[in-house]
Design a protein around this ligand. Structure first.
Ligand code: ZN
Length: 570
């Protein structure tokens, strides 16, 4: 691991792709000639080193690009990396072939476990020089989308606002303000809707072409493999959505009904959904720097593992948290391999979501930190996202006891809001999933058919949804505001699968925190060394694809929610 002081001081150097290609091809030569496993491995590590250096620079450029989308240098750099980086793919393919056709496969299995080769075999099915230009095209469409959304601005209450700025007003205790902010939000999306429709049509096309060129029957089959879903199929996912409809949707309906009562309103409109309490949701106190300080204290009290991790994050300033115009939307956590350094990105807006970042994204970062220090092979340090989101979502629940640091006397209000929201969002998560399945089952769908489809899905999973006669969203355009549909196809259901597991760890922790914590740390340390069900077993988790799992969770979580509610009402 390379030493460094702060993220902002890391020097960016454009990767020398020619050299990386040469390094990889040199490795291939060494590996082909190798007489012993040691020689073979040495050859492989030479390539891995070169790729690690390259990946680190690519990640740094990407972080700095999202920090300021208008920074010309990194904007150009992203374009260049997207174009030139793809050419390394050819050499990596040769490296992949060399590993898969080598006579040292038994040694590899012995050292790393059978999951590594399984993963490489599957990677081979989805990698080909035939799709290089298509992935470049997909990358540039994604960039076009990001820029369009990042630069969309409106004026609200005499203040220049992007989408994130409006979200804050949509949580206001003043219903008129919420309503106006929501209509402004809708208008802002409507103003870029035709561009979004076009970008998405092109994205669907390019994605279908990619699958076809690799001889998959559909993009769905391809993306399941690319997302590392080797252990289950789209049928299992459909069964999971059905369990959600059966057990989670009624629970949500109950929560929304209670919310309506709490808010003292006749009809719960979309812009009321986020407001849990009439006098306002709990808000964290302090600037972003102060919140980080509180998080520091929290993680030092939670466990020795989290203390060490968070000290590393603050010492090296691995955050960019405040919102600014021109900054990419949303939040994420990424990892710079060369420095074994996670990085957390967010757009703080003064709501409790800011604290969620310091627990959710920090949960990811914690896993990156542990995984990279416990697992030698980089490919195995992290898992697929329906596992990785367990790391983050469980941290959100495990930090409950410390929430007085951020919310003081409003701690219980926050806990009730957070837990009910974790449930209330699940139907939306599976809606986004079903939408994408339908789009790719019928990729010729027109923009207006896509809206009809979304509208129907909403009725099934979110029967409470009411846009207060806002035509644009009423007619099925709400899917457009979900960046995952554009940038991370088929990712969204992973949050729902992971939440089902995070709830299990949370419930276990209520009975015995130390046991649940150990299971959790074991899961984090196991990274991506195993398949999905084997990793669930590491943390003793029941499969979310079993109807019984979801049924149990719904009834147990309902009881915990009742308890939280009683505390708020005390
Ligand atoms: Zn996450």
């Amino acid at each position: 691991m390379q030493d460094f002081s702060k993220f902002s001081e890391i020097k960016y150097e454009r990767p020398n792709f020619k050299q990386v290609r040469k390094d990889i091809l040199d490795s291939v030569k060494i590996m082909k000639k190798a007489k012993t496993y040691e020689e073979f491995k040495k050859g492989y590590l030479h390539a891995e080193n070169a790729m690690q250096e390259m990946a680190s620079m690519v990640t740094i450029s990407s972080i700095r690009n999202t920090i300021d989308m208008n920074d010309k240098f990194y904007d150009e750099e992203e374009k260049y990396l997207n174009r030139a980086g793809a050419t390394v793919a050819l050499a990596s393919l040769k490296l992949l072939d060399t590993v898969l056709s080598s006579s040292f496969k038994d040694d590899i299995n012995k050292e790393y476990g059978p999951y590594l080769l399984k993963q490489l075999e599957n990677n081979k099915k989805i990698a080909s020089k035939k799709i290089i230009f298509l992935s470049i095209k997909e990358g540039s469409l994604s960039q076009k989308y990001s820029k369009l959304v990042a630069n969309a601005k409106t004026t609200f209450m005499n203040e220049e606002c992007n989408f994130y700025g409006l979200l804050k007003h949509m949580q206001s205790t003043n219903r008129e303000e919420r309503k106006e902010a929501f209509f402004a939000f809708s208008k802002l999306y409507e103003s870029i809707a035709s561009e979004l429709d076009n970008i998405y049509t092109e994205l669907v096309n390019v994605r279908c072409k990619t699958a076809k060129r690799l001889k998959f029957d559909s993009y769905i089959d391809y993306i399941y493999l690319r997302r590392g879903r080797y252990d289950y199929t789209k049928k299992d996912v459909a069964a999971f959505r059905e369990s959600v409809r059966k057990y989670i949707v009624p629970l949500c309906q109950k929560l929304f009904d209670m919310q309506k009562e709490d808010l003292g309103i006749d009809k719960l409109h979309f812009y009321d959904e986020d407001l849990t309490f009439k006098d306002g949701n709990a808000k964290p106190e302090g600037t972003w720097q102060e919140l980080v300080k509180k998080a520091s204290l929290m993680y030092s009290e939670l466990s020795s593992e989290t203390k060490e991790f968070f000290d590393f994050m603050t010492e090296h300033e691995l955050f960019d948290l405040e919102t600014r115009p021109g900054k990419h939307m949303g939040g994420y956590c990424t990892f710079i391999p060369k420095y074994k350094a996670p990085f957390i990105f967010s757009n703080f807006n003064g709501t409790s979501a800011d604290v969620d970042v310091l627990t959710h994204e920090a949960g990811h970062a914690f896993q990156f930190y542990l995984g990279s220090r416990n697992i030698d092979n980089e490919m195995l340090q992290s898992s697929t996202s329906e596992i990785d989101e367990i790391h983050s979502m469980t941290m959100e629940h495990f930090t409950y006891p410390f929430m007085d640091k951020f919310f003081k006397e409003n701690k219980n209000k926050y806990l009730y809001h957070h837990l009910t929201n974790a449930v209330k969002v699940i139907p939306y998560l599976v809606s986004v999933d079903e939408f994408q399945h339908k789009v790719f089952e019928n990729p010729k769908m027109s923009a207006s058919e896509r809206r009809t489809t979304w509208k129907e899905i909403e009725k099934t999973y979110m029967p409470w949804r009411d846009y207060d006669n806002d035509n644009f969203f009423e007619n099925g355009a709400f899917w457009m505001q979900k960046q995952h549909i554009f940038l991370y196809p088929f990712y969204y259901v992973d949050y729902a699968l992971a939440q089902s597991c995070a709830f299990q760890l949370f419930l276990r922790g209520i009975d015995n925190f130390d046991v649940a914590w150990t299971d959790y740390v074991n899961l984090c340390k196991a990274g991506g060394t195993k398949g999905y069900f084997d990793l669930l077993a590491v943390a003793r988790l029941e499969s979310p694809f079993e109807e019984k799992t979801i049924k149990d969770i719904a009834s147990k979580i309902e009881k915990v929610i009742d308890g939280f509610r009683a505390k708020v009402k005390e």
